[in-house]
Each structure stands twice: as structure tokens, then as C-alpha cells.
Design a protein around this ligand. Structure first.
Ligand code: PMP
Length: 409
């Protein structure tokens, strides 16, 4: 893609300046194309060259988990230290083809193999819509999807029952901070026996205030939502228990004989560049931003962009009563050293006047994902807030017009 002669979707004409009101914008996926502009400006140090003879072996340069490049392992630890969002000391890092592969590896590693019934995989609604599909598509006898974690009765655990609870924090689709409702139980009292997977894909300072380094048994992260390099397909798990980490690595060995070294090298280069940006600041984080220039540091860019988008969306929604999104409370962010509002990757939008919000949006040229995919109501839709700026502007313009039509009629 040379980017020179194609107009962005929804614009036409020689200078790509004429809006095309009939075009459809696709906010169904959470594709993080928002970051392209940043990396176009700041990505020189991330150019990766791999010569024809290099990195040809199946094996990595580390004997530990066979397929993990030592440099990637190290830079992941450094990045978490700089950001302060996860504990990595004395933890094992397992690399996967995106956190999607690691999610499956975690289910494989955590499910007991000696029970007559499969482990029950649960997550409080609204949950990330891919979990049910990924859990059940191979019809494993080790585990199966069992829906809403909050709906599991608190007593009556039989010896055969084992739960795997997924905690996504901040949550996809709603953006709120979450804790276990089943395995750690309400008010910390365990109600069921089982294991926890914390999906922390969005626990980065541009989406949610960093309140403490996360220190859970099994945590999943990904470059897709931290640097925006979803196409590189690199995720990592931070695991306390060596046995669990080894079983996850075994899954990855059987599933794909490891993870592309080319992708690992690219991810290393990118994460190293980001870590370096912040190390160079020596703990002095320049926030609030100088509004004159575009931020040079990744999380500053992303935080400013997300804040702009959320303020803009909220200001448009306030002009009518047709749609609503929840309000969030600010919290102290240890990374930015100030109190900040969450700015989630998705808007969890409620249609106040129609029952099928996805259909209504589609009729108005906006593709979204219905609340029903998330174990919730069709009155809600999830909209990606991570698309290119131009698409976002088309979205808010359309929502604004829809609100106005309503207030006139
Ligand atoms: N977990 C959550 C909560 C997500 O939203 C996503 C991406 N939409 C993933 C995992 C998958 O990430 P990856 O690209 O690393 O497979």
C-alpha cells in the first residue's frame, strides 16, 4: 500500500475531499488502524531487516520454552516495568500467535485431564464475543463454554466440577475494570473451585488508569492493543506456575510448532523502541501534552487520541436522547501521574428507541457488533474506537445527524 492514490473510505474526488454519504463504515472489528499515523511518523527505528539465511531453525536462541526469543522475553519484562502495569519478576513468559492462541493454550493447560466432565469456561456478561466461539469450535472433551460467570449458583459444587473463569479487565466490550466473580468469589470468598485467566489486553495507560501492577496467576497481553500491531500476531502470557507455562508451551508446540521468529523479531523491535522512548524520559512523563505538537511517545499519542475521541463522542451524544454510553469515574494513573478518565477501545452504545440497535446502525451505514454476541441485549452495540481518524469523524458526524433527525421529528 503506497497510500498515494487511494482515497480513504467515505471520501472521493481528486483530493479525496468530497464526503461520500452513501458509504458504509465498518466498526464491527476492533482493528487498531488508529496507530498507523503514529508509526508512520515515529516508526523509523522499528524497521526490521531479516537476511535470507537468518533465523531459519525451528528453535529459538533460548532453551527455556524452545520457541521464545530471549530478546522478546526481556523487552516484554522491561516494558511492563516502565509502564508499571504487570509484575514479571519470577514469572514465566509464554509467547503465542496473538493472545488468541494463548487463550486456547491456557484452556488446555488449566483443564484437569482426569475428570469425567469437561471444565466449565465462564465469564461475566457482557463478555468478549470470541470466547464462546473459540472455546467450543473444536468440541474439546477437556473444556466447554458455560456462559455467564455471575449466573453460576454460588453453592453445590460437585467434586467433578471445575471452572475456568475469564476476567477481561478493562472489559471488552464495556471498558470497565473487572475482578473475578466466581473463583475469587464475591468479596474475595471463593465460591467454586477452578482457575482464573486474566485477559489484560487493554490494561495500558491509554485505555485505563494504571492503578497497580497486575499480579494474577495467568495474564494475557498482546501487541494488537498495546502498540496497534495486530497483524504481527504476537501475544504473551505471564504465568506464575511453571507447570502451567510448560503445558501452554506444549500446546503451542503441538498447534503450530512455535511462533514465527520473524514476527517475534518485529515485535521485539517495536516494543524495544517504545521502552526506549520512556526510559529516555527518565521517569519524567510530559503529561498533559503540549497541544501544539503531535506526541512522540506511543502511549502519549494514544492517550491524547483516545481522550479526543471520547470527548467528541460524548459531546455529540449529549445533543440528543437517541443513544447513550455509560459514564466512568476518574482514577489516579501511576503512569501518567495524574487522575484520568478511562478511554476504552470500544463504545458500548445503547439505542434508547430501537430494540435491534445493530440493524438500525446498519441501515444508517455503520457496521457494529450486536450486544447479543456478548451475552447481552440487542439494544446495545459495540463500536470500535480504534479505527483511522477519518472513519471516526464519519461515525460521529453520522451519529450527530441521527440525533438531530430525532429531535426535529
Ligand atoms: N482478548 C481481548 C479482550 C480482545 O479484545 C482481543 C482482540 N479483539 C484479543 C484478546 C485478541 O488479541 P490478539 O490479536 O492478540 O489475538
Amino acid at each position: 500500500d503506497t497510500g498515494s492514490c487511494r482515497c480513504h473510505t467515505c471520501f472521493t474526488g481528486r483530493d479525496c475531499a468530497i464526503p461520500d454519504s452513501s458509504c458504509v463504515i465498518d466498526l464491527y472489528q476492533g482493528d487498531p488502524t488508529m496507530y498507523e499515523n503514529y508509526w508512520r511518523e515515529n516508526g523509523d527505528s522499528c524497521t526490521t531487516t531479516i537476511l535470507g539465511w537468518q533465523r531459519m531453525s525451528y528453535y529459538a536462541n533460548s532453551k527455556k520454552f524452545f520457541f521464545v526469543q530471549t530478546e522478546l522475553d526481556q523487552v516484554i519484562r522491561s516494558l511492563h516495568e516502565v509502564i508499571g502495569n504487570a509484575v514479571t519478576k519470577d514469572r514465566h513468559i509464554v509467547i503465542g500467535v496473538g493472545s488468541t492462541q494463548l487463550y486456547q493454550a491456557a484452556l488446555y493447560a488449566l483443564s484437569p485431564s482426569d475428570r469425567p466432565v469437561p471444565a466449565k469456561v465462564v465469564s461475566a456478561t457482557p463478555f468478549y464475543s470470541s470466547y464462546p466461539m473459540i472455546t467450543d469450535f473444536l468440541k474439546s472433551s477437556l473444556y466447554r463454554w458455560a456462559g455467564d460467570a455471575a449466573a453460576v449458583m454460588p453453592s453445590g459444587n460437585s467434586d467433578d466440577e471445575f471452572y475456568i473463569e475469564l476476567v477481561t479487565s478493562p472489559n471488552n466490550p464495556t471498558g470497565e475494570v473487572r475482578e473475578s466473580v466466581l473463583i475469587k468469589g464475591r468479596r474475595g470468598v471463593p465460591t467454586r473451585s477452578g482457575a482464573l485467566v486474566h485477559d489484560l489486553a487493554y490494561y495500558w495507560p491509554h485505555h485505563i488508569p494504571i492503578t497497580a501492577p497486575a499480579d494474577e496467576d495467568l495474564m494475557l497481553f498482546t501487541v494488537s492493543k498495546s502498540t496497534g500491531h495486530a497483524g504481527t500476531r504476537i501475544g504473551w502470557a505471564i504465568v506464575k506456575d511453571l507447570n502451567v507455562a510448560q503445558k501452554m508451551a506444549r500446546f503451542i508446540e503441538l498447534n503450530t510448532i512455535g511462533v514465527s521468529k520473524d514476527a517475534q523479531i518485529r515485535a521485539t523491535q517495536i516494543l524495544r523502541a517504545v521502552t526506549k522512548q520512556y526510559r529516555e524520559l527518565g521517569g519524567k512523563i510530559p503529561y498533559p501534552l503540549d497541544s501544539a505538537g503531535s506526541p512522540k511517545q506511543l502511549f502519549h499519542f494514544a492517550a491524547a487520541e483516545m481522550s479526543y475521541r471520547w470527548e467528541r463522542l460524548r459531546s455529540v451524544l449529549k445533543k440528543g436522547t437517541k443513544f447513550s454510553v455509560s459514564e466512568f469515574d476518574p482514577a489516579w494513573c501511576s503512569f501518567f501521574g495524574e487522575s484520568r478518565l478511562p478511554t476504552p477501545a470500544f463504545a458500548w452504545l445503547r439505542c434508547e428507541e430501537v430494540e435491534d440497535c445493530e440493524l438500525y446502525m446498519r441501515q444508517n451505514g455503520i457496521l457494529t457488533r450486536s450486544g447479543s454476541y456478548f451475552g447481552s441485549q440487542a439494544r446495545y452495540v459495540r463500536l470500535s474506537m480504534l479505527d483511522r481518524r477519518a472513519t471516526f469523524e464519519v461515525l460521529v458526524d453520522r451519529l450527530e445527524k441521527l440525533q438531530l433527525i430525532d429531535s426535529v421529528s
